[in-house]
Design a binder for this molecule. Sequence first.
Ligand code: NAD
Length: 364
Amino acid sequence: MSSSDYPAHFELETVHEVSDPSAGLSGVIAIDSLRLGPAAGGCRFWRYADRAALVADARRLAEGMSYKNALAGLPLGGGKAVLQRPHGEFDRARLFAAFGRAVEKLGGNYVTAEDVGTSMADMAAVAGATDHVAGLPPAAGRAGGDPAPWTARGVFLAMEAAVQRQFGSSLEGSTVAVQGLGNVGYALCRLLHGAGARLFVAEPRAEVAERAVAEFGATLLPANALFSAPADVLAPCALGGVLHEGTIAVLKARVVCGAANNQLATPEDGARLADRGVLYAPDYLVNAGGIINVAAEHLGWSSDEAAVRIDRIAQRLNDLLDQADSAGMPTNLAADSMAREIIAAGPARSHMQQMPSRASCTAR
Ligand code: NAD
């Protein structure tokens, strides 16, 4: 299915229920925009306090994917699946096969992949029921596999550009505070260590934290000490919402560049950072490496093509920072406005793709 099969005017946000109680599947697929192509975004598998919180997260993440995909120059709209992680025992392969059937019912309008809480093995289970999935083991010369190392590469290249711009120097000898040593954070530490940066890290999983101390000579800090650590750069690679009035007030770093989605608690926090002279590299611009690799896999591009596109993230950040400077705007707002312009100018679509109605899309 080519992206030209999608309607130009399909701007209506839709939230599709996905449900198969016998498989333990419960959640939603949120589609924010199909204007640039099929909606692409990972599948989050997490425990939410209630349904409203799950749906709100899905919608917010789907909108973020529209912006991320647009700024990355991909022929893709924005979407996200968010599934409630069951309490107690459950059959993981069965649950993700049921999710795959729900994805299939959307007829290619949504393409899934890994996100927080899901793995390549989960996507393999999804692939038993639908072709609209990426993040699978790569074929020779083809893009594919775990997106996290590609996300780390994009963040690293963006950080190099941001540090050069802010301090006029390379990463060698600089100090970077990395919050979260998961799939992306740990790979980022390896790249930073290789570039001669010193590391402060915070990570609740003791064995992973100890590995980073041994492998990279990192200094381990309690989570609440990371923001006030004497670092040049802060790299949030764990949770969203970590930059707010309280943390910004104590922040020592003069560059923020990391992988976590939705790092700013509110849009106003972008101005707070700018007022303190902090260069904030917008999260969805710098963490696009993974989705570029996912897109390459889904659209059949080579791994070389994916790498070239990921390497453009640094230039894209510089262009955005130039625009923000000349408009006198905080970088987060400049990025939003650039993404909205790209989506608004999206390619015209000629054919209406049949889309199931908003209400229900049960997996069975
Ligand atoms: P992950 O789950 O593998 O890693 C998150 C890590 O953060 C874990 O090691 C966890 O123990 C740690 N953590 C949790 N709470 C913490 C805290 N308070 N302080 C310090 N560490 C804490 O996830 P990931 O795939 O590495 O993704 C990290 C972030 O980047 C997420 O926000 C994700 O949405 C975003 N992201 C990931 C990708 C990707 O390719 N995986 C792409 C784009 C954005």
